[in-house]
Design a protein around this ligand. Structure first.
Ligand SMILES: Nc1ncnc2c1ncn2[C@@H]1O[C@H](COP(=O)(O)OP(=O)(O)O)[C@@H](O)[C@H]1O
Ligand SMILES: [Mg+2]
Length: 147
């Protein structure tokens, strides 16, 4: 199942993320594709709202992983500097990849081989010369058909 959306502002991307977050459950992995400033962290803020987890979502650029407690908790990774299995292991990715959390992974391109088969792919791109416009494509199971 694939759906595409266009958002015109940060707020619209948060709102789309909120709707996605309300459909997520434990064991899900959200894998982002899209470059710097695309809106991955912004969308994760919406996902956190939709999941009802607590905490202000910020970029995990330096920590590599931020945890937001909830039921289920949201675990937010930034794989920008991660390449290869050993590196990835040091982020704790494999310890979290249990059925008890939702994982949201920025720069998932860097760990493509390690993503679970059921990953929900969110591709965000920003068409040149269109300021706040983002094209967002979600690939996942039928849950997302009615977004
Ligand atoms: N439609 C939009 N959706 C998301 N962010 C947008 C949009 N339009 C402009 N922006 C801006 O783009 C930036 C996205 O930043 P961020 O979410 O941190 O990106 P990433 O995590 O992909 O690097 C923010 O400064 C945000 O205000
Ligand atoms: Mg980010």
């Amino acid at each position: 199942m694939q759906r595409s959306f266009t958002t015109e502002s940060e707020e619209e991307t948060v709102e789309l993320g909120r709707r996605i977050g309300s459909l997520l459950h434990k064991g899900d992995t959200v894998a982002y594709r899209g470059g710097l400033g695309a809106g991955k962290t912004t969308m994760t803020r919406g996902i956190a709202l939709g999941m009802g987890v607590s905490g202000d979502v910020s970029s995990p650029t330096f920590a590599l992983v931020n945890e937001y407690p909830g039921d289920p908790p949201l675990i937010h990774f930034d794989m920008y500097r991660v390449s290869g299995g050993l590196d990835l292991e040091s982020t704790g990715f494999f310890d979290y990849a249990s059925d008890d959390c939702v994982l949201a992974v920025e720069w998932s391109e860097n760990i493509a081989d390690e993503l679970p088969d059921n990953a929900v792919i969110i591709d965000i791109s920003s068409p040149a010369g269109n300021g706040g416009r983002r094209e967002i494509t979600i690939t996942g199971d039928d849950r997302f058909a009615n977004l």
